[in-house]
Ligand binder design. Structure first.
Ligand SMILES: Nc1nc2c(ncn2[C@@H]2O[C@H](COP(=O)(O)OP(=O)(O)OP(=O)(O)O)[C@@H](O)[C@H]2O)c(=O)[nH]1
Length: 299
């Protein structure tokens, strides 16, 4: 289904050869090189893998110390990247649509001839890159909560599994914080659904502001949020959970609508698996609600 969508997008508009028309010696380049690069790029829809292929091909034109691709779905670097004296930047454009920026670094100068050859390689990449970008965007959309932009339940399930496995393998702590807003329903009932949405957006901002970029943040739907804390011991995890609840409680919109947050925290123990850890955090959240809401309980 996703593949068909990508295929449709790829076929929906005619190719732009604007970049290629700038090439003076386009006809002179060996056809086999061109075919082999295109066919290699068609073997994957993974942007990083495509960049690695292009990096290998560009390396035959000029030894590169780094190759970086900047896109709307993130930045990518070819392996072994190192900055060097000479830099060359190219904007990759297809059908008047800017796909990405490619930044080359080398210890050797980018002469006009080299630049032309790189431009040819780039033009070979445009369709494959656009398809990979569409796939990446679809994947991101499938894993995000549309309202807040936090990870959704599906993404949580994947991330939680990975976080628990990693913690076990590295013998490191892993904590789960489940957060549920208190008295949220009355915001919808009294002030309307859009006021409720504003509160949910404010809570997402509080989570982003209070937690580190490496922490994984999710909204399950409704007024339920989750945070996976990797590498934090019990004391730090509790501190973080309390700080997060305080940030939500002190947000002006939450105060205006008398919404607070309750949280349940659990830390992975040697006997527990993912399901036990989740139930422990859920039980602690229930205990926080039972204790009068607006508080944190540790399992
Ligand atoms: N505005 C808005 N409301 C939503 C959304 N998703 C779910 N809800 C509402 O969120 C509310 C969640 O219900 P509860 O958790 O029982 O509400 P509560 O008042 O916080 O209950 P306590 O946790 O016991 O304090 C329901 O009224 C849902 O309709 C959404 O995306 N936007």
């Amino acid at each position: 289904m996703e593949y068909l969508l990508v295929h449709e997008v790829a076929l929906s508009s005619a190719p732009s050869y604007a970049a290629m028309t700038k090439l003076q010696h386009w006809q002179d380049l060996p056809e086999c090189l061109e075919q082999s690069l295109v066919s290699q790029l068609q073997t994957t829809l993974d942007i990083q893998q495509q960049l690695n292929i292009v990096s290998m091909a560009s390396g035959k034109v000029l030894p590169l110390s780094s190759l970086t691709l900047k896109t709307a779905v993130g930045d990518f670097s070819a392996s072994g990247s190192r900055l060097a004296d000479y830099e060359h930047r190219s904007v990759l454009v297809l059908n008047q649509q800017c796909l990405a920026e490619l930044i080359y670094h080398s210890d050797h100068a980018f002469t006009p001839m080299i630049q032309r050859e790189l431009l040819l390689l780039e033009s070979e990449w445009l369709f494959a890159l656009r398809n990979a970008l569409v796939v990446s965007r679809l994947q991101q959309m499938a894993l995000k909560d549309t309202l807040t932009g936090l990870g959704n339940r599906r993404f949580f399930d994947d991330s939680f599994e990975k976080a628990v496995q990693l913690a076990r393998r590295n013998n490191e702590p892993c904590a789960l914080v489940l957060i549920d807003l208190d008295n949220f329903k009355q915001v919808n009932d009294v002030s309307g659904h859009s006021a409720g949405d504003d509160i949910l957006l404010a809570v997402a901002d509080c989570l982003r502001d209070t937690l580190r970029a490496t922490d994984s943040l999710f909204r399950f739907g409704g007024d339920e949020f989750a945070v996976i804390l990797s590498g934090q011991d019990t004391d730090s995890a509790e501190l973080i959970a309390r700080r997060t609840v305080r940030a939500i409680n002190q947000h002006y919109l939450c105060q205006q609508h008398e919404v607070t947050a309750s949280a349940g925290l659990a830390l992975l123990t040697t006997e527990q698996d993912r399901k036990h850890l989740f139930s422990a955090a859920d039980g602690a959240l229930y205990a926080a609600k039972e204790a009068g809401k607006s508080t944190v309980r540790v399992a």
